[in-house]
Design a protein around this ligand. Structure first.
Ligand code: NAP
Length: 312
């Protein structure tokens, strides 16, 4: 257990947390950035970042996050690899309890982000890593020349379907309605791909197989009828990539911070209801969840943390 009391402790090293760390580090605040997995959050599972200002042509999530991480390190930010499971946020010194250690800060920026939402159907958990995936950039090569299904109709589903179409023989997007939610430019790209098909008004009900995923039950959302989709006999398996949104990782803050559903409520300066505690990025209640808004939230939160420290 470290007794050091940091000026700022940031939970989460996605775009919001890295941006907050950059701003706090540049302000010469003693800063600790805690991440439980690898840097980047959802961005490391994103194959292409087309709309972050200044991103390179064919910028991938991992390449952008690598540059963000390196930039942050130039400003003396300390790092911890830990999973924060409990917090004490009232008082001048906030205490964060992790699986490995306990951390103290005069201010806390919660940038813990969100994790992929599961379908929640029978078989889904069982076949994770055996056909079910939430990360095309991680798992696409395993499905080279095989068939894959992508569940969802938003930006993530359609963008990742396009990425997967470069590996798989055929990609079928399974969407619960007859119209995509993804922005039009992404839709146009997907419609132009000869090996992407769409299964409209459909929902996955069950995933099955003998060791590897090889069949699934799909329900027609309009008629309620179900049908079974089997893997091609020569293949013996197929992939199901799930992109149906993200759930904020806010469980440990429920009852402590004001919430809007599962999201942490803040004002426009990222202040939560507890002085010295800020929230930034996808964990926060807001209208647009993208890299650019996460980075902006992080910058504002760190700047406000500095103001807070100056005034106490
Ligand atoms: P999203 O925009 O919330 O879309 C989720 C999709 O999954 C929707 O089409 C939704 O259907 C469907 N869905 C939700 N729950 C479902 C369920 N239980 N069963 C079946 N389908 C379900 O999520 P996202 O695509 O992950 O994107 C999340 C955020 O990141 C968005 O703000 C998005 O704009 C952003 N993002 C941006 C980019 C980009 O700009 N390049 C790329 C990826 C993500 P309905 O349409 O019927 O609701």
């Amino acid at each position: 257990m470290s007794d050091k009391i940091y000026d700022v402790v940031i939970i989460g090293a996605g775009p919001a947390g890295l941006s907050a760390a950059l701003y706090a580090g540049r302000s010469r605040l003693s800063t600790l950035l805690i991440e439980k997995e690898m840097d980047g959050g959802q961005i490391v599972i994103t194959s292409e970042i087309e709309n972050y200002p200044g991103s390179l042509e064919h910028e991938t999530g991992p390449s952008l996050i690598e540059r963000m991480g390196k930039q942050t390190q130039r400003f003396g930010v300390e790092r911890a690899s830990d999973d924060i499971t409990a917090v004490e946020l009232i008082g001048d010194v906030k205490v964060l309890k992790g699986l490995k250690a306990q951390y103290k800060g005069r201010t806390v920026i919660v940038a813990a982000g969100a994790h992929p939402r599961p379908i929640g159907c029978p078989g889904e958990k069982e076949f994770i890593g055996k056909g079910v995936s939430y990360c095309a950039t991680c798992d696409a090569p395993f499905f080279s020349e095989l068939e894959v299904y992508v569940v969802g109709g938003g930006d993530a589903a359609v963008e990742e379907a396009i990425y997967l179409s470069g590996f798989a023989r055929k990609v079928t997007v399974i969407h619960r309605r007859d119209e995509l939610r993804a922005v039009k430019s992404i839709q146009e790209k997907a419609f132009a791909k000869p090996n992407i098909e769409f299964m409209w008004n459909s929902a996955v009900e069950e995933l099955k197989g003998d060791g590897l995923l090889s069949s699934m039950v799909v329900r027609d959302t309009q008629t309620g009828e179900t049908r079974i989709i089997e893997a091609d006999e020569d293949d013996g398996l197929f992939g199901v990539f799930v992109f149906i949104g993200f759930d904020p990782q806010s469980e440990i803050f429920v009852g402590l911070l004001d919430m809007d559903g599962p999201y942490i409520k803040t004002d426009e300066n990222m202040n939560t209801n507890i002085p010295g505690v800020f929230a930034a990025g996808d964990i926060r209640a807001k209208s647009l969840r993208q890299v650019v808004t996460a980075a902006a939230d992080g910058a504002i939160a760190a700047t406000q943390a500095e103001h807070f420290l100056r005034n106490v």
